[in-house]
Design a protein around this ligand. Structure first.
Ligand code: GTP
Ligand code: MG
Length: 241
């Protein structure tokens, strides 16, 4: 008896984007919804931060650490995207965070309409910041505006310091690069200065903070970055009124 083989093509009917023209139309539709989300966040004075990285770079662990440190000071909500399972949202909820999982059913990135749908059952009023943990992948999430104020990309010491040049769009479209798992630097051939130079060669204004959710290196700087952006968002909204 022959064992059924998994389909190799990604041209299936689940929303995967492979055709050039379709991609252009889809991105236009995405941007339209993203703008509506941006307006909703402005109305609610909520800072929105899209967290991206390769799979396993430490996004959820950073979210857990951020909740632990700031939950008494900053009101946070976290939408988490994954192809399957509720595991990341469960990890955040276990330590008292407000989280909702978006299961994409095989789609390798979050799209604005997924956020729009999630927001129907996730109340953002009263929040200071809405984080979106994107699907772990440095390629397609770079093309989808979710309506965020800032895009923050993690690059972990375990994945190699060559990623900015290999996946330039993600670093071009991010305002902050977090070099994660810095506790492992003594054991790995990872050059923070070189990765910073490469990222700034692509995006001269990208900010860089080196962090470890395990040892706590740089987490104060990350929290201060967040505090500053929340403050700026609230005062910008006030000025606009
Ligand atoms: N040494 C070390 N390990 C870490 C650090 N942060 C996360 N990890 C580990 O890295 C692994 C992946 O961490 P996650 O936080 O699940 O990564 P993620 O980016 O959310 O993964 P996906 O959602 O699957 O893309 C886990 O085993 C974590 O314990 C860190 O700062 N240092
Ligand atoms: Mg995760």
């Amino acid at each position: 008896m022959s064992i059924p083989r998994a389909p190799k093509s990604s041209k299936n009917n689940r929303g995967t984007i492979t055709c050039d023209n379709t991609t252009i139309h889809l991105l236009q539709a995405n941007d339209f919804v993203a703008e509506s989300i941006r307006n909703q966040m402005a109305d609610n004075k909520v800072l929105m931060v899209n967290i991206t990285s390769s799979a396993g770079s430490g996004k959820t662990t950073l979210m857990q650490e951020t909740v632990k440190r700031l939950k008494d000071e900053i009101k946070m909500g976290i939408l988490v995207g994954d192809l399957e399972t509720e595991r990341d949202a469960d990890r955040i909820k276990e330590i008292g965070g407000k989280a909702l999982q978006i299961v994409t059913g095989g789609v390798c990135h979050l799209e604005a309409q997924m956020i729009w749908q999630a927001l129907k059952s996730f109340d953002v009023s009263g929040l200071d910041v809405l984080f979106v943990e994107n699907v772990g992948n440095l390629v397609c999430p770079a093309s989808f505006d979710l309506g965020e104020d800032y895009r923050v990309t993690l690059i972990s010491t375990t994945e190699g310091d060559d990623k900015p040049q290999k996946y330039p769009k993600m670093f071009l479209t991010s305002e902050l690069m977090l070099v994660s798992k810095a506790d492992l630097l003594p054991y790995l051939p990872f050059d923070v200065d070189a990765v910073t130079k490469d990222a700034r060669g692509i995006n001269p204004t990208i900010e860089v903070i080196t962090i470890s959710s395990v040892s706590g290196i740089g987490i104060d700087s990350w929290c201060n970055w967040l505090r500053e952006k929340i403050r700026e968002k609230k005062s910008a909204d006030t000025l606009a009124v």
